[in-house]
Design a protein around this ligand. Structure first.
Ligand code: NAD
Length: 516
């Protein structure tokens, strides 16, 4: 969220809630650092655990264990590695309900949404099971007389993954299945706000037969992150989180000689052309704007309505908001709400402050989620779905990422004006166009400066065999997550030029540069 908001050490660590430690050497490792952070149940506001914040000794221990794991795992045959991946996939598929419950309890998102996040992560596990095909090199026979040239794709070694709070299972799964399949050992530093999913996944790897040390969970804050960024043992960093931290990660990791991919924040626009089906648009805007309480990097946060449709569209969105059920994501009396709470009270107040800013800047608050509370959950971190209209593009509520259930409508006169607004933004994660005009959609996919584009699809998260990543300040580095980019990121290529000497053709002494 910000450089100052995270990395806090809880002043109120309590002895009567579970203490969540690390996963090192294939086992839970309680922390002795004496530093912890609270883990809330956002639906009730109660502290349900204290998570360890690693100290220097624990960081070193985790990295050293991963190095030992790498030395064992990288020598496993492809067939043996593949059998562990298949076992992991089967266990995950069979037991994903347990993981969904953990995600809901710590993140707050509704159970079906937690399940959706797991399924999108499982897709990458499934892709990774086919890794032999994706990491096999190329071979050129007789590149020069009697000389063959071929390439090997070898693992990097120990790789670091640092993940955000909003997808505690899916985002780590964007990286670790591919990294492990390729023969690396992973040290995962999950968000301190919802650290239990990572520990659950670690136990699953153990059950699947992964050797100790190949998957490590290092709980912590900036100290743990900096430990990974500066360690000479760690070969690469895969980061997902807010833009200021992504930029810091990119610069620091690169300075320490590492391969780095750092995915940052977003401000995703949906461009609605006048010929679009407004009921489809309103459904999509509500789903993509308020799903997971807007805490998705691919959430739609701005609707650019090309006039004359704005009045009708705003009315349709407001109508749908009125029917949304907001409550404990775990459900009450067997009924699941549409939307759960935000991650913390601090974040809820920050979201509210953006609505204040928009209002002060002249936006109209069509539906106001400030001060929202849920009966029986008065201490939960709830914020109601909010709809803003006539949002000035100079307002910070427009230019900054809010990361909450706040949808802003900006009225534009033409496709060109809408496109110009999207392209002038500093983020470039996702976008969508809604239209029935194929020519306009085709123009948009070509002209828009954004990494992931939806055509009548509001959250265009690519499937596992394509790759995920934005442009501009939404991605630092040149490698996206998963897909072919993932296999390239987690392997390094070695080119071998080979000749089996034949005294008749070896050519004798020749100091010139090798030619064909
Ligand atoms: P965050 O940047 O606060 O934290 C991400 C990770 O960085 C966490 O593990 C955290 O412990 C660590 N961290 C935080 N402050 C740090 C510091 N000063 N130094 C070193 N490490 C630090 O992000 P968040 O609030 O957990 O997640 C929400 C953000 O992530 C949003 O901006 C969202 O758009 C973004 N996000 C982006 C994508 C994407 O694919 N582009 C996906 C999911 C989330």
């Amino acid at each position: 969220m910000s450089l100052t908001e995270t990395a806090a050490t809880s002043p109120a660590a309590t002895a009567d809630v579970p203490h969540l430690g690390h996963w090192i050497d294939g086992a839970l490792r309680p922390s002795t650092s004496g530093r912890t952070a609270p883990v809330y149940n956002p639906a009730t506001g109660a502290v349900q655990a204290e998570v360890a914040l690693a100290d220097r000794a624990e960081i070193d221990e985790a990295i050293a264990s991963a190095q030992r794991g790498y030395e064992v795992w990288s020598r496993y045959s492809i067939a043996k590695r593949q059998s562990v991946l298949f076992a992991f996939r089967e266990l995950l598929n069979a037991r994903k309900g347990e993981l969904a419950a953990i995600i809901t309890a710590e993140h707050g998102k509704v159970r079906s949404d937690a399940m959706g996040e797991i399924l999108r992560g499982q897709e990458v596990v499934e892709l990774a099971t086919g890794f032999p095909h994706l990491i096999k090199g190329a071979f050129s026979e007789n590149a020069s007389s009697g000389i063959d040239v071929y390439s090997l794709k070898q693992p990097l070694g120990v790789v670091g993954v640092i993940s955000p709070f909003n997808f505690p299972a899916m985002v780590p799964m964007w990286f670790f299945p591919i990294a492990i399949a390729a023969g690396n050992a992973v040290v995962l530093k999950p968000s301190e706000k919802d650290p239990s999913a990572a520990l659950w996944l670690a136990e699953l790897w153990k059950e699947a037969g992964l050797p100790d040390g190949v998957f490590t969970v290092l709980q912590g804050d900036k100290l743990a992150v900096d430990g990974l960024l500066t360690s000479p043992v760690v070969q690469s960093i895969s980061f997902v989180g807010s833009t200021p931290i992504a930029q810091y990660i990119y610069e620091t990791a690169a300075k320490h000689g590492k391969r780095v991919q750092a995915l940052g924040g977003a401000k995703n626009h949906m461009l609605v052309l006048p010929d679009a089906d407004l009921d489809l648009v309103a459904d999509s805007a509500v789903n993509a704007g308020y799903g997971a309480a807007g805490e998705r990097c691919m959430a739609i946060s701005v609707v650019l309505a090309v006039e004359p449709v704005a009045d009708e569209l705003v009315a349709k969105i407001a109508e749908r908001i009125a029917k949304l059920k907001i409550g404990n994501g775990a459900g009450t009396d067997g009924v699941e709400p549409d939307m759960g709470p935000l991650i913390t009270d601090v974040h809820r107040d920050k979201v509210a402050s953006y609505v204040d800013i928009a209002e002060a800047d002249g936006a109209s608050v069509v539906v106001d989620g400030r001060g929202f509370s849920v009966d029986g959950h008065e201490d939960g971190f709830f914020f109601g779905p909010t709809l803003l209209d006539h949002v000035p593009t100079s307002s910070r509520a427009y230019t900054e990422e809010i990361f909450g259930p706040v949808l802003s409508v900006v009225r534009v006169a033409s496709y060109d004006e809408g496109l110009e607004l999207i392209n002038s933004g500093r983020f470039g994660n996702g976008t969508a166009i809604f239209t029935n005009d194929g020519g306009a959609a085709r123009r948009f996919q070509n002209e828009v400066e954004v990494g992931m584009v939806g055509i009548n699809v509001p959250i265009p998260v690519p499937v596992a065999y394509h790759s995920f990543g934005g442009w501009k300040q939404s991605l630092f580095g040149d490698s996206k997550a998963y897909g072919v980019h993932g296999f390239d990121f987690f392997t390094r290529e070695k080119a071998v030029t080979s000749r089996w000497l034949d005294p008749a053709t070896h050519g004798g002494i020749n100091l010139g540069f090798p030619q064909n």
